[in-house]
Design a protein around this ligand. Structure first.
Ligand SMILES: C[S@@+](CC[C@H](N)C(=O)[O-])C[C@H]1O[C@@H](n2cnc3c(N)ncnc32)[C@H](O)[C@@H]1O
Length: 204
């Protein structure tokens, strides 16, 4: 992204069409009930906001969400206004993000691999430190089990090694870990496949 090239979502975030799923991530739906609706949540690389919006719709009152994309964040804010939901949505780069508070839930779906492996590991280290005891992380990252698909190959500079994400959480309780591949499709982008790791872990 530093060379001026832009990923496909920068165009579609500006349009009225939905880029990614309107449905929240199934793992978030499965695990959000473990925490109270007053818990503090952070959505990292929230994109159009389907996951943070889901929490707000469920009655969560303390939801922060950030993305590097100005257009993504504008869209989340418009949706909040339209649905009268309260989310603190702001632009930020996860490589530079400074935690000013701690959270009970930190989640990131399909984002971490867009920074280098060192950078996302460093981010996770800081995110762990800024999570309360009993707090939960839900992290999904693409792995190099399959090569990055053509739509993102230029940007996916930090594909994880399979299982590498889990190793970072050895001192936490692992509630779920999945390694899988899936078929994906977006407006204007042909069907393609991703390899992914998804982890749910709780701070002891
Ligand atoms: C594939 S989208 C996923 C969006 C959303 N999490 C979802 O599940 O639909 C990846 C998102 O990561 C964001 N992103 C990429 N690099 C980032 C960075 N360094 N800091 C914050 N967000 C970033 C992009 O702008 C994009 O919205």
């Amino acid at each position: 992204m530093e060379n001026g090239a832009q990923p496909f979502w920068e165009k579609t975030y500006r349009s009225e069409s939905q880029t990614f799923s309107v449905e929240p991530n199934a793992t978030l739906k499965e695990f959000e009930r473990l925490l109270s609706k007053q818990a503090g949540a952070l959505d990292v690389g929230c994109g159009e906001g389907q996951n943070c919006l889901y929490l707000a719709r469920q009655g969560w009152t303390d939801v922060d969400a950030f993305d590097i994309s100005v257009y993504g964040i504008e869209r989340v804010r418009r949706r909040c206004e339209a649905e009268r939901l309260k989310i603190n949505a702001f632009t930020a780069d996860l490589r530079e993000f400074q935690f000013k508070r701690s959270y009970d839930l930190i989640m990131s779906f399909g984002t971490l691999h867009f920074v280098s492996r060192e950078e996302w590991k460093e981010f996770i280290f800081r995110a762990k430190e800024n999570t309360g005891h009993g707090g939960i992380h839900i992290m999904q990252i693409f792995t190099d089990t399959l090569p990055a698909s053509p739509d993102i190959s230029e940007f996916a500079i930090g594909l994880a090694k399979d299982g590498e994400l889990k190793e970072l959480y050895e001192d936490w309780e692992i509630l779920q870990f999945k390694s899988y591949t899936f078929e994906d499709e977006h407006p204007g982008v042909p069907k393609h496949y991703h390899a992914s790791n998804k982890l749910v872990a709780r701070r002891k």
